[in-house]
Design a protein around this ligand. Sequence first.
Ligand SMILES: Nc1nc2c(ncn2[C@@H]2O[C@H](COP(=O)(O)OP(=O)(O)O)[C@@H](O)[C@H]2O)c(=O)[nH]1
Ligand SMILES: [Mg+2]
Length: 352
Amino acid sequence: MKIGIIGLPYSGKTTVFNALTGASAKVGGGAADAKPNISVVKVPDERIDILTKMFNPKKVVYADLTFIDVAGLTGEATERGKDIIQSIKTVDAIAHVVRLFDNGKPPSPKADIQNIDSELMLSDFAVIEGRLERMEKQTKIGKGKGLEEEKKVLEKCKACLESEKPIRALQLSEEETKILRGFQLVSSKPMLMILNTGEDLIGKEIQDPDVKNYSNQPDTAVFQICGKIEMEISQLDEKEAVLFLKELGINESGLNRLIRASYALLGLISFFTVGEDEVRAWTIRKETKAVNAAGAIHSDIEKGFIRAEVIGYEDLIKCGSLSEGRNKGLLRLEGKEYEVKDGDIMNFRFNV
Ligand SMILES: Nc1nc2c(ncn2[C@@H]2O[C@H](COP(=O)(O)OP(=O)(O)O)[C@@H](O)[C@H]2O)c(=O)[nH]1
Ligand SMILES: [Mg+2]
């Protein structure tokens, strides 16, 4: 899973990026930061820690998330802005850092959000219009057959953008999403608004309805963090960090909270594979069928899927071992259509 961090210059993107990844990329460079910062973080999951104690494997693999700090958008469709948009085309979700701390200028979150959103929408509008024009030409020379469905979806998106709403507001069907996939429309991506507050607001919830209300919009979540303090925390060792968090009255680091928020926004869950060789977390979407979950591991396992041995995480913990789970009938066989639950421990039987 890839998350692209965007926002206006000096909104604190690099600070938030450092806080989340423990990196120490240069802050304060604003729009002059030319190169994106990229970092992969493991998704902390205490279930993996407990399974590791149970199986004592040679190798432990956590799920991971990639964060990309893509340098500042300016809200103007410049050449550089286009490059930046290009670099978020392939992310699964966008984290949009909004300045809520005073840096000499008072914060103006609503205007800033609109500013960035409209840059994303303009970019999509150009893509859609370009495609529609080409389709028009093809139709004229009699080559427009089979394009009706695509045209319908594109017109729908165009109308949405014309009413100044991002495409994620449309809640498109799976079929429509599939048709649009190749266009990599940036305003269609799930959006996590990261409200980057000043130190004064740590542990307090922002009340500004202008920004809070974004969480009511489809595929949009709002997340509050004090980037500067969290960056300091991320650079402490674990013991010191726990103490510091306690002192501040927070019980969880920003990274953990953000990972949970991203998982919820993207509708993600984890299943586990266990054994003496490896304990490992795999990330899938909610409501994924067993056969497709197998595909997260390897396409051959999906193709040759026979059955899955499954036990729920809580059940395994209660039983203490897989064999006890089998005795109690909690470890059971499921078919292709079984809907994988968060925390399921899976073992796939397959033919190649
Ligand atoms: N007071 C305060 N300052 C911050 C916070 N986050 C970032 N800053 C400061 O804002 C400036 C710009 O931060 P930076 O992360 O480089 O912003 P970017 O241009 O969006 O990457 C730096 O001087 C940071 O120290 C915050 O939460 N509180
Ligand atoms: Mg930066």
